[in-house]
Design a protein around this ligand. Structure first.
Ligand code: ATP
Length: 341
C-alpha cells in the first residue's frame, strides 16, 4: 500500500469551547484519507497570563514551521490574540466565504454564495482618532498600495478558480484619494486577468443590490472596514454570525501566500463550554478551507459538504434546533465523509 500523504498544521488552542472544537476537528481529520499532524500551541488565557510572550513565540514558531494554522476562539482580556497574531504574522488579507446553509432559519430567502476578500489592515481601524477641543474629533484613514494589491490579486485568482467575476467596492467618488488608490490598484491587477470580468461598485449601492439580488455576487474585494460591515450583513442574510469560517493570509513580494491561519467565526461561548453541546460547524468549515488552501480541494469540499448536509437534515446541535451533542453531530459528519458525503 502506498504511504498516506501527511499534512502538518499548527493548532492554536484557546478558551471556552475551544477544546471541544479541536476534538471535533481531530475526529473529522481522522476520517480522511490523509495523515493530519496537529501541533498544538496553548493560547488559553491562563497560559497567556502566565507568560504571554512565550505563548506567542511558540505560536510564531509553529506557524513559521508549518505555514498553516487552525485557530480556535480565545478570550480577549489584556490583549487581543487575533490582533497580536495579525501583527506578528503580517496578515494582510482576510477571506470570508458566506453561503446559504440549507436547514438554517433565515429572514432572507435569496441564495447567498459570496466570497468577501477584505484588506485586513488600515482603513479607519488603524487610528482611534483624537478630540480637538470639545466639539470636534478627527481620525486618519489609511489605504496602502501593498495590501490593496495583495487583496486584489487574491480576489482575481479566486475568481479565476471559481470561473466568476470580481466586484471591487468602496466609496471612491467621495474618498477620492484613499478609496481612489484602492480602486486604482484593483484596476491594475484586473488588467492581468483579462478572462475575469471586473467592475467597481459604490459600497452603499452594493449593500442594497446584494440584499435585492444576492445571486449576482460571488467575489467582492473591499478595504478593511467595508469588508467588516459586509461580512456581518451577509452572515445576517444567511441566518448566522457564528457558522462561518475565515482565512487570514500573509504574502511575499511576488504575492504568494507565506502564512495562512484559518479560524471559526464566533466566540468562546463560556456558558456552554465543557458541556459537549457546542456546534463545531464553523471550526470544521475552517478546516475545510485549510484543506482547500493546501491544494486538496476534493477533501475540502468533502468536509464542507458533509457539514452542510448534516445541518440540512436537522441532525444538528441544539443551537440550530437539533438535539445532537457535539460528539454525535461530529460522528454523523464522519459517516457522511466515509460515504463520500
Ligand atoms: P466571547 O466573549 O468569546 O465572544 P460570548 O459568549 O460573549 O464569548 P459567543 O461565544 O459569540 O460570545 O456566544 C454568544 C452566544 O452564542 C452564547 O450563548 C453561546 O453559547 C452561543 N454560541 C457561540 N458559539 C457557539 C457554538 N459553537 N455552538 C453553540 N452555541 C454557541
Amino acid at each position: 500500500m502506498p504511504d498516506r500523504e501527511s499534512l502538518h498544521v499548527a493548532e492554536f488552542l484557546g478558551d471556552g469551547i475551544s477544546a471541544e472544537l479541536s476534538a471535533s476537528v481531530h475526529q473529522v481529520a481522522a476520517a480522511l484519507p490523509l495523515d493530519v499532524h496537529f501541533h498544538p500551541v496553548d493560547l488559553t488565557l491562563a497560559s497567556r497570563r502566565a507568560n504571554a510572550e512565550a505563548c506567542y513565540d511558540a505560536a510564531m514558531a509553529a506557524i513559521g514551521t508549518h505555514r498553516l494554522a487552525l485557530k480556535y476562539p480565545t478570550v480577549t482580556a489584556e490583549e487581543s490574540p487575533n490582533k497580536v497574531l495579525r501583527e506578528r504574522c503580517n496578515f494582510s488579507v482576510i477571506h470570508r466565504p458566506v453561503t446559504t446553509l440549507p436547514g438554517v432559519k433565515t429572514r432572507h430567502d435569496g441564495k447567498v454564495d459570496l466570497h468577501i476578500i477584505r484588506i485586513a489592515v488600515g482603513g479607519t481601524y488603524e487610528d482611534a482618532g483624537r478630540r480637538i477641543g470639545d466639539d470636534v474629533a478627527v481620525s486618519i484613514r489609511v489605504i496602502e498600495r501593498r495590501p490593496s494589491h495583495q487583496a486584489a490579486l487574491y480576489a482575481f485568482r479566486l475568481a479565476r478558480n471559481l470561473s466568476c467575476g470580481v466586484v471591487s467596492s468602496s466609496k471612491y467618488t467621495i474618498q477620492r484619494a484613499t478609496d481612489g488608490l484602492f480602486e486604482e490598484v484593483v484596476l491594475k491587477v484586473a488588467r492581468d486577468f483579462p478572462d475575469v470580468p471586473h467592475h467597481s461598485e459604490l459600497f452603499d449601492s452594493l449593500l442594497y443590490k446584494l440584499l435585492i439580488k444576492p445571486e449576482a455576487y460571488r467575489v467582492v474585494v473591499t478595504p478593511n472596514e467595508y469588508g467588516d460591515f459586509l461580512s456581518d450583513m451577509a452572515c445576517g442574510m444567511v441566518g448566522s454570525l457564528g457558522l462561518g469560517a475565515s482565512a487570514n493570509y500573509a504574502f511575499d513580494d511576488q504575492g504568494a501566500v507565506t502564512l495562512a491561519m484559518f479560524d471559526p467565526a464566533g466566540g468562546t461561548a463560556p456558558d456552554i463550554a465543557g458541556k459537549g453541546v457546542c456546534n463545531p460547524s464553523a471550526a470544521l468549515l475552517a478546516f475545510a478551507m485549510l484543506l482547500t488552501h493546501t491544494g486538496r480541494r476534493g477533501l475540502g469540499t468533502l468536509v464542507d459538504s458533509a457539514v452542510r448536509a448534516t445541518i440540512a437534515t436537522g441532525e444538528s446541535t441544539r443551537d440550530l434546533g437539533g438535539t445532537r451533542s457535539t460528539a454525535e453531530f461530529t460522528t454523523t459528519i464522519c459517516k457522511r465523509i466515509a460515504a463520500g458525503a
